[in-house]
Design a protein around this ligand. Sequence first.
Ligand SMILES: [Zn+2]
Length: 444
Amino acid sequence: MSSPDRTRRRVVGALAGLPALALPHVLRARAAAPGGGVREIDISGYDTALLPREHGQLTRLTTRLRRRYPSREHCMQMAAFFNASRGLLVIAKDPRAGVADWDINPGSTLRIRFYGDVADVETLTIAPTVEAAAAGYRQWAAQQSWVTGRQRRSRPLSFLSVASLSSQALEQAQLRRVLAATAAPIGVWFTQWRRYPFDHMYPDYVAREPQQFARTLALLRAHRAIALPYVNGLLWDQALVPFQRDGAQVAVRSRSHDTVPYNADLGNLHYACPHSRLWQEHIAQARAALTDTDNQPAGGVYLDMLAAADPLICWSADHGHAPGDAYAWQQGIRSLLQRIGGAIMVEGNAEAYLDCVDYLLMHLHTDQADAVPLWKLVYGSQPFPVGWRLPAALNAEQMRAAVQRARDFGVNAGATPWMISEPESALFDRGVAQTAIAAARTGQ
Ligand SMILES: [Zn+2]
């Protein structure tokens, strides 16, 4: 890995018309002011962007892009821009990881809007490579609290099994097959265990078959496997009558104090503010209720959306944060994660939570041709990236290629992307899953 050129150029400010010499003073003065601000960087000399989308994205600059930090779509406070001969690395150094929108206008500017402190934006001239950009960013990132404060002792998984079958009897039979084929420990991601269909009636986390589910959890504990049942960390359902009063209390509020729906298709689902103590209490209780037949807690939990979703600015005055606080979302998620016992797998990989979690589900964009292993070069394997998006009806050769590519990205424990593909049991029936397991074993 090459080191970045240490030639430093102070950022070109957004404060048009100001002489360059005035900028450092202006930057310091603005940094202390609340309420955010904007910085712009000239990127007109570059035709390619390296962006921190999940594992990383290397793309030609053709269309305008907007990404919100900290999220899966913009998980690190950086972007780099390349042409054939040189690169420009941009680092926005906010150690508190405030919400910021990164607008990329091809042939023109990178415009960063900070909702909290205006960060000390730094630009570096580097070689036009993923490695040089990663090395430059890592120098700052490795000193941040989400790296230096990490104390978790996460266990690497030899396999991440996706338990998505319709009954626990079927699940137990499938899990015995998985356990026989794999080395301990494996993780087991339960996606369909609740009494309600997926994306309905959150935060009701009662099992569809409570006794059978407890038996499944006991089976896993006996094999040192880590159960990771699905809990949505951010959404509640307006149709869940017993939760309606609490829902109104925990809901993210827009500036006009409306609740915020997840999207148009799932309009019953609304965002909770993770800073709300009441919301944290509900999620912590849902996790604590995951117990097996010996009343032992499940090995872990999967918290959907937490490190993936774009952070929202909440204007409620009832959640213990100031209305419009650009740090409330992140602080709330960190508090929530710190209340959760056992192993934690989260969706996405926003860097601000790395010290609080064990496994990062990073599979959304892995089938994209522009995906690059930037994340691995910056943060390595702690917490462990897991998951890989697989095409439907893939054969053993495609599976081998997918496993190899996943390994190149620092992912060791694969997982069937249950949203789009066939069930894992079908991959075992066809012998394809065993191929992945054998490949993972020989690589260890
Ligand atoms: Zn709030």
